[in-house]
Write a protein that binds this ligand. Sequence first.
Ligand code: GAF
Length: 402
Amino acid sequence: LAEDESVGSKLFTALQQDVVSELETRFAGVPCGFTAAPGRVNLIGEHIDYNDGFVLPMAIERYVVIAANRCEDPTRPFARIYSLDLDATIEIPLNAGPEPTLEGWGRYIEGVFSGFVARGTTIPPFDAVIGSNVPHGGGLSSSAALEVATATLLAEITGDALTKLEKALLCQRAEHVFAGVPCGIMDQYSSVFGEANQLMLIDCQSQDCELVPFDSSGVSVLITNSNVKHELTGGEYAERRSQCDRALAKIGIASWRDVSWEDVAAKQSELTDEEFRRARHVVTEIERTIKAADGFRNGRWEEVGTLMNASHDSLRDDFEVSCRELDVLVEIAIELGQEHGVIGSRMTGGGFGGSTVTLVEDAKVADVIAAIQQKYQEVTGLKCDCFASHPALGAHVIQTQP
Ligand code: GAF
């Protein structure tokens, strides 16, 4: 794990250098604003952030970085932003309105601009370069990281002192309105509030967060990107949300937080089979997450592993957001088992592709990675990417040398 820590920080340093040197050559400037925001991995508590539940994510050592300099012409009505990864430039109107006018990745940025405009903040013209090492489409919140890095930059160059929670909510709104994904708060919240060596137990009802220390425990968080992204994601996500809403309305209780398993069972005959299984996932996942947070706090690894495995089963069978490749990855990890240092494994994030998260004893990480990669390729014909990450620092301004 110590080795991987240096991998994460070396990658971060290299990314910062690439972005700053591109800013110098492309826009002839030294940064007047320089910010970073991380992706996230969720340990447990899936698809319950929009159901008033608890989630247990951590920010990861993979970041979106933006460096900006002010443009010479103060009357220019747009910001010009170059993406290192895509080798493409976009122009974002400084007075971005409530509806998207751009396509693709520009929408996330335009959505954040629009949020600042709605707060009455004046955005000055600037040029910027963006780089990222959050795997795109890996279910590790690369879009939330882009939104939060942009919001952190705008706060820095405009002096808008919005709170961390306001920033997370502004970015969530950008995702809803500009990207068309009715997401919960987990991804943007994790990217804003992440702390080194801490998991975040987020209460998505009160939007408070309790930090759960996760450091020097002898256990590593291994992230495995299946490298598949099934196209269904957008529509299926919204459909799960409305199925949960319909089930809750039939159960007749205002919030999922107050729904017990008995309440669900009592209404089973009024729920469709799908609604019943979605409800069972929500109620049992909230309970698993609370128990798992306590297990992490107290190093009860066997219990944490059992809860993670059960979470995956529930997401696969009751919530139906897994896919064959994710199931294969989880089965390989669970089959390796305790003998090979695997504590537990599950899909993470929205699903239908993306990544799994596996807890592994530190000393066994390299062997587990080798075994997973080999077996995954044998079974699916695909390559997966694995890396371990410590819980990382959330969005921040990067200090440049004077
Ligand atoms: C996606 C969403 F953006 C999150 O809000 C969350 O619902 C997650 O899927 C599933 O837990 O990442």
